[in-house]
Design a protein around this ligand. Structure first.
Ligand code: PAF
Length: 297
């Protein structure tokens, strides 16, 4: 039997250049010093289990700002399914190593008690962005995202925040929240990072078997193919859903073709200046829920 109490976190053995801060007070004090010395602050919020997609956000922030803060906080209030929260990968030491390599300056890794000493009862509502797709499938999810992101923005007061377009809908919801609450932060959306076979990088991919990963790469392949077929919006929708459902081990939960800004449904390619297809697919036997999107225009 392994005695986990004997294990010392890796960052206690090999010192990091990057600071790892666990409390809001310490974070605020440190950032106040940087701000007083005229430094700009870039922020990358994460839930840990970092991969190349996160690394690309951190590198962009390091390029654009004097100081880069990355939060690592598995936010319980955005999980409507306790099993999903339970099996979410937790890899703090590896995360800190990756952030160090990417030249982040501060990792903010608070406890749940630090962030939520009392339950957060605030309600956010930004329809249609938070009501459709993920909002409809995971009630309360975007409310939890707004709760944590608003708290983090208050502590970090970043000049710029770097968000992955992998969570396309999340960016639209956060934009509305930033406008509503008047945060003075520039949102920098960053493109999806994909594996060589097209599978979007995601912390959840770690939960897939090798075989399931291969199967999952069909999601992007089929969506990408649908751009080239000259079909109507409805035909494109039906093509993508039936082609993906035709593959063993994949089941589409929804595929919505929407206005890229408002996320309202479109019925013709002329309905909006930017049009995006957003998809959620169950993969494998556990099953793991994967999300992705494709830009049609
Ligand atoms: O995208 C995520 O990882 C999370 O939703 C975020 C923005 C870090 C809030 O917990």
């Amino acid at each position: 039997m392994v005695n986990y109490e004997l294990f010392v976190p890796l960052h206690d053995l090999i010192p990091l250049r990057m600071e790892v801060i666990n409390t809001i007070t310490q974070l605020r004090e440190r950032l106040a010093q940087h701000r007083d010395e005229g430094r700009t602050i870039g922020f990358v919020p994460t839930m840990g289990a970092l991969h190349e997609g996160h690394a690309s956000l951190v590198r962009k922030s390091v390029e654009d700002n004097d100081i880069t803060v990355v939060s690592i906080f598995l936010n319980p209030t955005q999980f409507n399914d306790p099993k999903d929260l339970e099996r979410y990968p937790r890899t703090l030491d590896a995360d800190c190593r990756l952030l160090e390599q990417c030249k982040a300056d501060i990792a903010f890794a608070p406890t749940v008690k630090e962030i939520y000493p009392e339950p957060d009862t605030r309600q956010f509502s930004y329809p249609p962005t938070d009501a459709v797709m993920e909002g409809a499938m995971r009630p309360g999810h975007f409310n939890g995202v707004c709760q944590i992101v608003s708290k983090l923005f208050t502590y970090v007061e970043p000049d710029r925040v770097y968000l992955g377009e992998k969570d396309y809908q999340q960016i639209a919801v956060i934009r509305r929240m930033v406008d509503d609450l008047g945060f003075k932060v520039e949102i920098v959306p960053c493109p999806v990072v994909r594996q060589s076979d097209g599978l979007a990088m995601s912390s959840r991919n770690a939960l897939l078997t090798d075989e399931e990963r291969k199967t999952a790469s069909n999601i992007y392949r089929i969506m990408n193919e649908s751009r080239t077929l000259g079909l109507s919006v409805q035909q494109t929708h039906d093509y993508v859903v039936s082609a993906i459902n035709g593959i063993d081990g994949l089941e589409v939960q929804y595929f919505s073709i929407v206005d890229g800004d408002t996320l309202a449904d479109v019925s013709s390619w002329d309905d909006a200046p930017s049009i995006v297809g957003c998809i959620t697919v169950f993969c494998g036997t556990k099953p793991i829920r994967l999300i992705d999107h494709i830009k049609y225009k």
